[in-house]
Design a protein around this ligand. Structure first.
Ligand SMILES: Nc1ncnc2c1ncn2[C@@H]1O[C@H](COP(=O)(O)OP(=O)(O)OP(=O)(O)O)[C@@H](O)[C@H]1O
Ligand SMILES: [Zn+2]
Length: 739
């Protein structure tokens, strides 16, 4: 029995109602029922969704259905329904859910349906059916009559080998009044047989079956693009057991805190921190960059990375399900399930398109015979051709396949995009705001200068500064404390207070002391010309300067410096070449900020911004440019990241917050990836439109042919499936965007 298998993905939605599929949209609040997720391997496009909807329509326990065609999952929101009830109803439309997932299936990245190849048996069936159809067609061309017993026998043979599956699905669709592709195909085949066109009937079924197979394979590859990443984490790890010996265990059984070892050339199974050894590690699965990174004691390792030439021992910091790699895969899968705006647009379009075409087809079948006495058989045939051509499968399938490919391409490149929305929006990006500390610069500040005023004792003054700094996590304070040294004694600070965008204050030995920027000093009324004379040259030297002051006078001027990221000027230049305005946003003082900006090639500098002013700056940019991205490290700029149209977090590998708050997370520190993201977004947008144009163009061409009565059924099938294949292949080109 042919083609009934799960491997054939139907060609897409001919369902008149495909637009009501609301995957990824937020559920209305009233839907506070229970949720049940069912994996249905046959669910691959809105055609099936329509059938499922019809099958479950009458169950009053069911409040809402949501379909995920990428994961092939059906989410049922219900009140009081149970699994077996739903399964029974689904069985009536041949959409039986898979058995309950096992634990292994619920691991991150394993929650995809199994790969569904096309078996050799199925290829054999298609080949036999095709040969029979071809011979029949050939004999007719050779002069044999279409109705001759030989031809009919060959056609029937072809149909019974390759067409039963299609006819069966067509029958199910017809019983449920679902106008899907299988129904249309069955109608077309039966129509052709009724009209005595046997070879054509066989040909149509064969072509349809063949195209379905190719499409299934091709969709599958897009679906599983991300799965390749998961395969990167090995399933076993070498663990030091209680007796201190090394043994090989399943990676999923290793708990946090265990010590693992990796040999040269091995893949790292879990996230951890190096406890012993030194080796170069290739972190490409995480960062998309295959440049090896030197790892030694204290440095983080990520599951999926490949160990270089040394042996490393490391302490596990996250279990199998919570490794950075697992989180990346989960994020991409979630992103895939969300609908991009273009997808919604296409769905809405299909809602009007399909009924319109059905109406026109009816007109074609009925009007010429009724009005002009034309033969029914001819015009019914033309109408059938039209229905097959008009199927919007290609249109509806083209967007998800493109977006999914784009998301996967990004993820493989270390650019984690949280939804098709951001990928689509990237094309409209006109301005990017860059945070200074930690984004343009490394964010690892070091104290470079300390100028003591008025003959104060340097040691004493530095101890005061370090004592204040020890209560703050700000990078400037951290640098001052670090240069003082962790072991050296500090003074007790009372009434400590952080002054946002300014500095810190606290009482030491009964006297209020401040450590902060020039603005703070001015506000305290303690600034003097001789202080400014020292301050300004340091600032122009790209250093951040703070002043320690007592209740009545400034005591010392302390400068810290950060290093610009290696690729920063090039990254800014690349953005500019894409027509994007680059702005620097910082709380640091104007002189320092301007010096660094000049170095990076940025003209627009917004310095001395308090956190809420950063937000307002983003809003101002959005008012002027529309779509604006904010790039930060996600540590202290989360509000600005959230406010921007697209919040991009850098160096997201180490920090959970960056992964969570940002719309786009760049796994390493490469600022150049922002431009890559924009290019990927633009390519995605271009392919989306190409696909829509392709689908509509080819369809309208054949619709005109059909209307003129010159198109044949097999042409219609070729046009329909050909277009679907074309848009899938076109969309999948994105997978190789960075190759
Ligand atoms: N806790 C602190 N200790 C020392 N100096 C501080 C502290 N907080 C703020 N400052 C001073 O105020 C300035 C502005 O601080 P803010 O935190 O707004 O910006 P930033 O995060 O340092 O810079 P960017 O906006 O580029 O990330 C700092 O450059 C520093 O001079
Ligand atoms: Zn001043």
């Amino acid at each position: 029995m042919p083609s009934q298998s799960t491997t054939t993905c139907c060609s897409g939605p001919c369902a008149s109602e495909s637009a009501t599929v609301s995957s990824g949209l937020p559920f209305p609040d009233v839907l506070d029922g229970d949720r049940m997720v069912l994996r249905v391997s046959r669910l691959c496009c809105p055609t099936e969704a329509d059938l499922i909807r019809k099958a479950l329509m009458d169950m009053k326990e069911i409040l809402h259905l949501d379909f995920d065609f990428i994961r092939r999952e059906l989410m049922v929101i219900h009140r009081g329904a149970n699994r077996s009830m739903i399964c029974a109803a689904l069985r009536t439309v041949n959409m039986e859910p898979d058995p309950d997932p096992t634990v292994a299936d619920t691991l991150p990245g394993r929650s995809l349906p199994p790969r569904t190849g096309v078996s050799r048996r199925e290829w054999t069936i298609t080949t036999v059916a095709g040969l029979a159809a071809l011979v029949a067609e050939g004999l007719v061309w050779g002069g044999l009559d279409e109705q001759s017993p030989w031809i009919v026998a060959l056609a029937l043979a072809s149909l019974s080998v390759g067409g039963v599956g299609t006819l069966k699905r067509g029958w199910i669709a017809m019983r449920h009044v679902s106008l899907n592709i299988h129904f249309l195909m069955s109608l077309a085949v039966l129509g052709a047989m009724a009209l005595g066109q046997w070879p054509e009937a066989a040909m149509v079924v064969f072509l349809f079956g063949l195209a379905e197979r190719i499409e299934a394979l091709s969709m599958d590859r897009a679906r599983h693009a991300i799965r390749g990443l998961m395969a990167l984490a090995p399933e076993t790890a070498t663990l030091r057991n209680a007796t201190g010996e090394w043994e090989s265990v399943a990676a999923s059984s290793v708990s946090v805190g265990s010590v693992l070892r990796v040999k040269p050339g091995e893949r790292i199974a879990l996230d951890g921190v190096v406890t012993d050894g030194r080796s170069d590690v290739n972190q490409a699965p995480i960062t998309g960059e295959s440049v090896p990174v030197m790892k030694e004691t204290g440095q983080p390792l990520f599951a999926g990375s490949i160990n270089g030439s040394g042996v490393l021992e490391f302490r596990v910091t996250a279990d199998f399900r919570h490794s950075t790699l697992a989180r990346i895969i989960d994020t991409v899968q979630e992103a895939q399930a969300k609908r991009a705006p273009m997808q919604r647009f296409v769905d809405r379009f299909a809602r009007y398109y399909t009924p319109a075409v059905v109406g026109i087809a009816m007109g074609i079948a009925l009007l010429p015979p009724l009005l002009f006495g034309a033969p029914f058989s001819v015009w019914v045939y033309n109408a059938l051709v039209m229905l097959v051509v008009a199927c919007p499968c290609a249109l509806v399938i083209s967007t998800p396949v493109t977006v999914v490919s784009g998301l996967a391409a990004g993820a493989r490149r270390g650019i984690l995009i949280k939804g098709g929305l951001y990928l689509e929006q990237a094309h409209a990006l006109r301005a990017v705001a860059l945070d200074k500390t930690g984004t343009l610069t490394h964010g690892q500040l070091e104290m470079t200068d300390c100028v003591v005023l008025n003959d104060h004792d340097k040691e004493k003054v530095l101890r005061l500064a370090a004592s204040l700094a020890s209560h703050s996590e700000h990078p400037v304070s951290a640098a001052i404390l670090a240069s003082w040294g962790k072991e050296r004694p500090l003074l007790q600070v009372r009434h400590f207070e952080a002054l946002a965008g300014r500095g810190v204050r606290g009482t030491i030995a009964g006297e209020v002391h401040h450590l902060g920027n020039h603005r703070l000093l001015e506000e305290l009324g303690l600034c003097r010309p001789e202080v400014e004379k020292i301050l300004l040259p340091l600032e122009q030297d790209e250093k951040t300067v703070v002043v320690l002051s007592s209740f009545c006078e400034p005591l010392a001027i302390i400068a810290v410096a950060d290093r610009m990221r290696a690729g920063a000027p090039q990254a800014v230049e690349r953005l500019r070449k894409l027509g994007i305005t680059v702005t620097m946003l910082t709380g640091d003082n104007t002189a320092t900020a301007t010096a660094i900006a000049r170095h990076a090639g940025i003209d627009d500098v917004r310095a001395e911004r308090l956190p809420e002013e950063k937000l307002r700056a983003i809003e101002g940019l959005m008012g002027r440019f529309g779509v604006v991205a904010m790039v930060g490290d996600g540590i202290n700029d989360a509000p600005a990241l959230a406010r921007a149209s697209i919040g991009i977090a850098m160096g997201a590998t180490g920090t959970d917050t960056a992964l969570e708050t940002a719309d786009v997370a760049i796994m390493n520190d490469d600022l150049g990836k922002v431009a890559e993201f924009v290019r990927l977004g633009r390519a995605t947008r271009r392919i989306l439109w190409e696909n829509i144009a392709l689908a509509l163009g080819i369809k309208s061409f054949f619709l005109i042919l059909a209307g003129l009565g010159v198109a044949t059924l097999w042409m219609a099938v070729l046009a329909d499936m050909g277009t679907s294949l074309l848009v899938i292949f076109n969309g999948r080109r994105l997978l190789r965007f960075f190759a």
